[in-house]
Design a protein around this ligand. Structure first.
Ligand SMILES: [Zn+2]
Length: 191
């Protein structure tokens, strides 16, 4: 079997905001303050935090990732959804139509979103060079094996290929806990 190594990184709960929603929550003309660069080029963790609320519970101090996007998207784990009391669908990033509603509270305003909250479908960002090297196509699904005391094969990993990507796989905190991962971990793509 060909060796197709990939690093798995864990995504904690976070929010992507549209420019309009950022203005509503933080004030007109507000821009997110850069705190630290993230793995994908141009993406960053901001200094700002949001209060995220559901019918049964809430989370304080939820991270906001920049830059702003066309649509607001709240990425949570299924454990988070239980705490909040919302019914969270597993979706590819950007596929927010008909997803869960949620309330966001910022320093200058609050927003009740009818949709926008998802559990992100586990996915593999691939550079075009690695897609060629690994013989993989955009939007196909693959399996990825991780070793260790809670060794696990992640099926249904969505492949996304873009010149804007560094190669890395993203899972959420529930998925990381299922495999006993606590930080970036080497894994292998199976076919
Ligand atoms: Zn990702």
């Amino acid at each position: 079997m060909a060796n197709k190594p990939v690093t798995i990184e864990i995504s904690a709960r976070h929010v992507h905001l549209s420019a309009a929603d950022l203005a509503h929550l933080f004030g007109e003309g507000y821009t997110l303050a850069f705190k630290r660069a993230l793995g994908q080029p141009g993406q960053f963790l901001s200094e700002e935090r949001l209060h995220v609320e559901g019918p049964k519970g809430a989370f304080d101090s939820v991270a906001i990732l920049g830059p702003t996007r066309a649509f607001t998207q709240v990425e949570l784990s299924l454990s988070d959804a239980r705490v909040l009391g919302i019914d969270l669908p597993v979706r590819a990033s950007g596929d927010v139509k008909g997803s869960a509603g949620i309330k966001l509270i910022g320093p200058k305003g609050a927003l009740v979103l009818k949709e926008g909250a998802i559990a992100a479908k586990r996915h593999l960002h691939l550079s075009p060079a690695d897609a060629t090297r690994f013989l993989l196509r955009d939007r196909q699904t693959v399996s990825v094996r991780v070793d260790g005391p809670r060794a696990l094969v992640f099926d249904e990993v969505l492949v996304r290929v873009s010149a804007a990507f560094h190669t890395v796989m993203h899972i959420d905190v529930d998925e990381a806990n299922a495999a006993g991962l606590t930080g970036p971990t080497e894994a292998n793509i199976l076919l």
